[in-house]
Ligand binder design. Structure first.
Ligand SMILES: Nc1ncnc2c1ncn2[C@@H]1O[C@H](COP(=O)(O)OP(=O)(O)OP(=O)(O)O)[C@@H](O)[C@H]1O
Length: 274
């Protein structure tokens, strides 16, 4: 085990091509007969925005959680800049990896500032530094400062999601993992928060992995789309090449948002002429 001062992200990590590597990862739960992830290998480049896309139960969350050891793989190895994550203690690993849970995952009995300040407090930052960071983060996710004393239930779903993103970014991690971050939001909030999140990804030079089952969201936000089916990678391609995929399952999936947009336009045009 490495000591507590060890930083798994060396200062020169941006010079490296690969940041996160999943090497033949499988996960079998005690209660399951078949593995829920089966031999997944994946290399994620620094500063890329990846969407793990797939149907409910396909294994997306399980894959995401193996990256920061919320789930231990049954076999295979995960490396960050060449360092096996199994050689790091979870708290040290998670200092460098922000995580946005499905739903918002905020602690309901803690105020917004206490929620955002959890990691800095665990890291032993001074009260003054934590206060300053909370102010900075509220500004970053475009929430008013007076929200800091509220409890999560006193915020809308979209506002809670902003707090969840602020909390994940509190210790300035280079990696951000997000599990269906916008899933419970109305389409307009979902769209604007998604775009803001993409802007933050670029501004903070993050490496982001987002789980989603929304094809349109994956296409709009991610640089690269990885389709998970029954615990395996079915397809892996840059989002700008989505329409050039030859796999017929992928073609059918990618066609959905375009077909729906066209259908809607035609339907509205026809109704306007009625
Ligand atoms: N703790 C567990 N014990 C047993 N099986 C589990 C456990 N957690 C998840 N599973 C199973 O593993 C499979 C993959 O689950 P996972 O949550 O990774 O899927 P997902 O693609 O993220 O789904 P969703 O989009 O619905 O969140 C599912 O069949 C699920 O029932």
């Amino acid at each position: 085990m490495l000591d507590n001062n060890f930083h798994f992200v060396p200062p020169n990590f941006k010079a490296r091509i690969l940041l996160i590597e999943l090497d033949h990862i499988s996960k079998r739960y005690q209660s399951s007969v078949d593995p829920v992830i089966n031999d997944v290998s994946l290399s994620i480049a620094t500063e890329s925005f990846i969407a793990l896309l797939g149907a409910s139960g396909s294994g997306k969350t399980t894959i995401l959680k193996t990256i920061n050891q919320l789930i231990q793989p049954s076999s295979g190895e995960i490396r960050i800049n060449g360092i096996p994550t199994s050689s790091l203690s979870p708290p040290i690993l998670r200092r460098g990896i922000g995580y946005v849970f499905q739903g918002s995952g905020l602690f309901p009995h803690l105020s917004i500032s206490e929620n955002i300040g959890i990691t800095p407090t665990l890291l032993g930052w001074s009260q003054h530094k934590i206060k300053q960071r909370i102010e900075e983060l509220l500004k970053m996710v475009e929430l008013p400062q007076h929200f800091e004393s509220r409890l999560p239930h006193q915020l809308s779903g979209g506002q809670q999601q902003r707090v969840a993103i602020a909390r994940a970014l509190a210790a300035s991690p280079p990696i951000l993992l997000m599990d269906e971050p916008f899933g419970a939001l109305d389409p307009i909030t979902r769209d604007s928060l998604g775009r803001e999140c993409r802007a933050l990804h670029e501004r903070l030079k993050l490496t982001t992995v987002m789980v989603t089952h929304d094809i349109q969201e994956a296409l709009l936000l991610a640089d690269r789309i990885i389709i998970i089916k029954a615990g395996q990678i079915m397809a892996d391609f840059p989002s700008h090449l989505a329409l050039e995929q030859t796999n017929t399952d992928v073609q059918a999936m990618m066609d959905v948002p375009l077909r729906q947009a066209k259908q809607l336009q035609e339907m509205l045009k026809a109704k306007a002429h009625e």
